[in-house]
Every structure is written in C-alpha cells, then in structure tokens.
Design a protein around this ligand. Structure first.
Ligand SMILES: Cc1cc2nc3c(=O)[nH]c(=O)nc-3n(C[C@H](O)[C@H](O)[C@H](O)COP(=O)(O)OP(=O)(O)OC[C@H]3O[C@@H](n4cnc5c(N)ncnc54)[C@H](O)[C@@H]3O)c2cc1C
Length: 564
C-alpha cells in the first residue's frame, strides 16, 4: 500500500468503526477519517433498549470509544456532526456538511467506505408526527424516550412491531412499570421465526400478562388532548397511551449510494461483492446498508445485525489494505431475550427456504431440558432443526426457552459455517455436567433425530396434513397423559403395551405416531415398522401439536393449514 492513502469512512458505529480500527492495524501510514453526522461514534446501539429500561443507568456506558480514544490509540481522525451529502466518483471526492457551522467542504479520497446503517421505518400514517411517538436508533433517541417517560410519568405504552427491537423495548418499558400493548401486523411475534416456534413465545407472554394485538395494524394516531396519544387499529381497537414506540423494521440508508449512481440490489440495499466492494472499485459498503448473498439460500438478503456489520467492516479494511478477504454470506444468527424468554436462531427458516424455492428440506422438533432432568431446575428448550433430507446438511435452527438457548444455536451456527451435517451434530462432543447440559446434549439429540430421518430409520409425518388425510393417529403415552390432552381423534396404546396389541392396528393405512415430545413415538415407529406397519413419527409430539394447532385441528383446520 502506498503511503498516506486517504481513506474516508462514512458512519462511525458498528461497521465503520470496525473498519477504521482494523485498517489502522494493517496500515500504519494511511490517513483514516471517520465521519458521522451524529454526536457520537462507536456507541452501543444494541444497548439502547436497556438504557431506556434503566438496566444501563449511565449514558456514558453506551459510548464504547470516543473520538479522543480513536485519535490517541489509533491515530484515526473522527469528525462528528459531519454529514456526507454527496459523492463525486469521477473526482473521487466527498462533500461534507459540518452540522455545527453549517459549512460545506470537499475531501479527496483514495478509498471510501460507506457504513451509514439503516433508518427506522416511520409509515406515513395520520398523526405519525405527534409528540410521544418514537423510534429508537441513536443515543439521543433513547435519551428522549427516557425523558418523555419520566416527565410524563408514563403509565401505558403501545409498541408497534413485535420483532427483536419491539420485544426488547416492551420488556424495558415494563421494567419501568409501564403497561405495554404490542401491536403486530403479522399473526405472530418475532416474524423471522417460523409461526409454530413463535407460538411458544405467545404462550409465555400471555401467561406473563402482556397484551398482544396480533394480526392487527395501527391505522392512525390522534392526540388525546391531555398530552396522551390515541392509537387506532385496523381491527377497531382504540388504545389510549402515554407513549408509542415504532419498531416495525429498518430500511437501508442508500441515499448517498443512489445519488452517486452506485448499483442498488434487488432487496433495496447497496450491492456489494464478497469483498464488500460496490459497483465502484474505489468505494466499499458494509453493514445494514448493504445486501449480501444469504449463506444458506444463496439469494440476496438484508439482515441488519451487529455481527455481520462488524465482520464486513473488517473485511473492507483488509481488502483496502491489499488482502484477499471475503465475506462468507449472511447467516442470520440472532438472539433476543425478553420477559424471561430467550429466542435464538441461525440460518434458514422454513419460510425463508420456501421463499427461495428450496424444497428438499426436512424439519424435526424436540423439546429437551436445558440440562439433565434429574438435576433440579431443568427448563425446556423448544427446538426446530432444518436440514437437507438427502445429505443431512444443516440449513437452519430455531430455539425458544429460558436457559441455554443461545449456546445451542451458537454450536449449530458454527457447524453450519463449516458446512456441517446432522451427523456432525450427532457426534459433536460438547460440555457436560448435570447443571449445564446432558450427556446427550440437545444439540446431539437434534442431530440424532435428524440423522435417523436421513438414514431412513424413521419417516416423519407432515404436520400440515394432520387430520386431513385419513391416517390413524396413535398416541403412545400413558393413559393419564392421554387423558390430560391429546391430538383430536388419536387412539391411545401406551408404548409398553404395543407389542401385545399389534392386532388393534391397521395394516392398510399409515399410522402417525405421537407422544409427549417425540421420543417414545420414535421407539414405537421402530418397533412397528419392524412388524411391517406403515408408520410415521409426528416430530416433537404433543408439545409441537399444541404449538402448531393452539385451537386444535378441527376447530382451526383451515386456519392452521394456512399457517405454514
Ligand atoms: C435498538 C437497537 C438494538 C439492536 N440490538 C441488536 C442486537 O442485540 N444484536 C445485533 O446483532 N444487532 C442489534 N442491532 C442492530 C445493529 O445495531 C446494527 O445491525 C448495526 O449497528 C449496523 O451497523 P452499521 O455500521 O451498518 O450502522 P450503524 O451502526 O447504524 O451506524 C451508522 C452510522 O452512520 C451514520 N450516518 C448515516 N449516514 C451518514 C452520512 N451521510 N454522513 C455521516 N454519517 C452518516 C449514522 O449517524 C450512524 O451513526 C440493534 C439495533 C438497534 C437500533
């Protein structure tokens, strides 16, 4: 690299700050300037909900690195309150507005990195600009929300959007004694999850007393006249509240890129190659503003998470300094905790595979304890593992529980990075002591169940067809469990009696077998298939049934079948 190469970086938080610091470690000579239109760089956006909830009490804790630190430690010049308003690609210049003085100036660059992030969506609804309606993206946003809560002694809130940020905000508002209603347009919370997995969240939040308006959308905001806000919804609800948080998603910040004529991808993010280079060879882009190839489906994707933004920033720095680094693609490994629940996921969901026209996959469900059952306090983890049904390659996993959830998803995420299969999960040697796990960890068990399917030891029933295709449904739990609730129309023969009661089973049609969580049904499948019966396992058993068909199959037959 030539001395004094001028590198300008637009946006000084996750992607931009990572890029600047990495670049300095690789090139002591380069002139590196980090520009941000806000008052801070390198702040912890992921910590903002917890600042609102007063878990993080001092704003200064959110400031991971200051301009002074960047200068002293890395010899990186930081210019805050500095908005880049245009790029002149031919002259290799940017135009910057100093937001304090209002002055404009131009700077020449050899390399330009765009990490402008994404903007919170504010839909053009009537009343959207009323005071008390907030989005959360920056430290000043969180400060304004805190001040509003405190000066108005806020008691009631609506959170619009039940995704990651909406749920974290709901929890943090509740921490401050505020009664929260979550309004979500989709039929489920946490829309990136498959719906039957989200049901475990609904069950938990309902028992926790949270108010959910699922399948409903806000249509208008009105002033209540006394400083409050009236929220009206499509289904006719009228909610009178003191504060509204909009958390309905983000849109990549592409203004500069569009103005400069850089290529924009089909998902609306800045198009980059696997070295984070835009359609201009001197301009790189990283983070929430860009779209990337999805690691699993191969299709262009937008996944606004801090991990990819940081890694992409590093990769851009490495490429600028002459290394041949490449981004592997977006995997979507994410975790979120609220009201005592942890939700984590990695890779593709059934929904995303179907959207990408991938069909040769299979999913298994399991509900193991987060540690050995005999050690007090084991909490269930509801897991779904999705894999290629021919070669067992892992495509994705989702989990909901209270403890140990993210650890299992992290292990699976790493296996996926290495191109792993369900056989690898089966064989993985993981930490075990009774208080932490099980000798057969939930990760191992997920691999074993899936490997049984790939090897052909057991066939899975299609939950979507339950109750509609004339199969016999056999519940092999004990009579007391059966009496407490079962799949509608199921016949009960406990596993222990099965060998003596074979003549009660049909040989002319399929038998779909269920139990509590799928394990006894698997034993029954093995037993009956060796006696010549045509059997399939209802993966995940009655636990999965209740999540998939909360209203039962007959009551909700049509609805349920459209929920896949
Ligand atoms: C409340 C909240 C909670 C989150 N929680 C998590 C979490 O728990 N886990 C997770 O993985 N991710 C989380 N995220 C997402 C994560 O923060 C982002 O994915 C990540 O910060 C994206 O990094 P970025 O560099 O692309 O953009 P950002 O970090 O948003 O930085 C963009 C910066 O660019 C500046 N900028 C934009 N345009 C210009 C311009 N023209 N000139 C100068 N400056 C400009 C902006 O002011 C901003 O400071 C959360 C996000 C929010 C808002």
């Amino acid at each position: 690299m030539t001395a004094n190469k001028r590198v300008f970086i637009v946006g000084g938080v996750a992607g931009g700050a990572s890029c600047a610091a990495r670049l300095r470690r690789l090139d002591e000579q380069a002139e590196i300037v980090l520009l941000d239109r806000g008052p801070y760089v390198s702040f912890a956006n992921c910590g903002l909900p917890y600042y609102v909830g007063n878990v993080i009490q001092n704003e200064s804790a959110l400031l991971v690195a200051t301009p002074e630190l960047f200068l002293k430690r890395f010899n990186i010049e930081v210019r805050i309150h500095s908005e880049v308003i245009s790029i002149d690609r031919a002259a290799r210049e940017i135009e910057v507005r100093d937001l304090v003085s209002g002055g404009l100036y131009r700077e020449k660059y050899d390399a330009l990195v765009l990490s402008p992030g994404a903007a919170a969506i504010r839909p053009p609804l009537p009343g959207i600009d009323l005071p008390g309606i907030f989005t959360l993206r920056t430290v000043p946003d969180s400060r304004m929300i805190r001040e509003w809560i405190e000066t108005r002694s806020a008691k009631r809130a609506v959170v619009v959007g039940g995704g990651f940020i909406g749920l974290e905000m709901a929890e943090n508002l509740a921490r401050r004694g505020i009664e929260v209603t979550i309004v979500e347009m989709a039929d489920q919370l946490m829309p990136p999850l498959d719906p039957e997995m989200a049901e475990f969240i609904h069950q938990r939040l309902e028992t926790h007393g949270e108010r959910l308006q699922l399948g409903d959308a806000v249509t208008a905001f009105e002033s209540s006249g006394d400083g409050g806000i009236i929220v009206r919804t499509k289904k006719g609800a009228t909610l009178s509240v003191d504060i509204v948080i909009l958390a309905i998603g983000v849109r990549p910040e592409t203004f500069l890129a569009r103005q400069a004529g850089l290529e924009i991808g089909m998902r609306g993010g800045i198009h980059v190659d696997d070295q984070m280079r835009t359609s201009d060879e001197n301009i790189w882009a990283v983070g929430d503003a860009v779209e990337n190839r999805n690691f699993i489906t191969g299709v262009p994707d937008l996944i606004p998470l801090a991990g990819p933004a940081n890694r992409q920033g590093r990769i851009a720095a490495e490429v600028i300094s002459g290394r041949d680094s490449r981004f592997r693609g977006l995997q979507g490994t994410a975790v979120c905790g609220f009201f005592g629940i942890v939700v984590a996921m990695t890779g593709a969901t059934e929904k995303s595979l179907k959207r990408a026209n991938v069909t040769d996959f299979q999913a298994v469900y399991l509900h193991p304890g987060h540690h050995a059952g005999y050690y007090p306090g084991a909490k269930p983890i509801h897991m779904k593992l999705i894999f290629n049904k021919k070669d067992g390659r892992i495509l994705g996993a989702q989990a909901v529980g209270e403890e140990g959830v993210e650890r299992r998803m992290d292990v699976i995420a790493m296996a996926m990075q290495l191109g792993g299969t369900v056989f690898d999960l089966e064989e993985a040697e993981l930490c075990y002591a009774p208080q932490y796990g099980a000798a057969k960890d939930p990760v191992n068990v997920s691999g074993m169940i899936a490997a049984n399917v790939v090897r052909g030891d057991v066939e899975l029933a299609d939950w979507n067809l339950l109750g509609s295709n004339g199969t016999m449904i056999l519940d092999v739990r004990d009579p007391s469990e059966f009496a407490a609730g079962t799949i509608e129309g199921a016949v009960n023969i406990p596993l222990g009696q099965l060998r003596e009661r074979l003549e009660e089973l049909p040989r002319d049609r399929e038998i779909w077998i269920s139990c509590g969580v799928g394990q006894r049904a698997y034993y029954a499948c093995r037993l009956l298939s060796q006696h010549g019966f045509n059997v399939r396992n209802l993966s995940g058993g009655y636990e999965s049934y209740r999540a998939r068909y909360p209203q039962g199959i007959h009551v909700a037959d049509e609805v349920a079948h459209t929920r896949t």
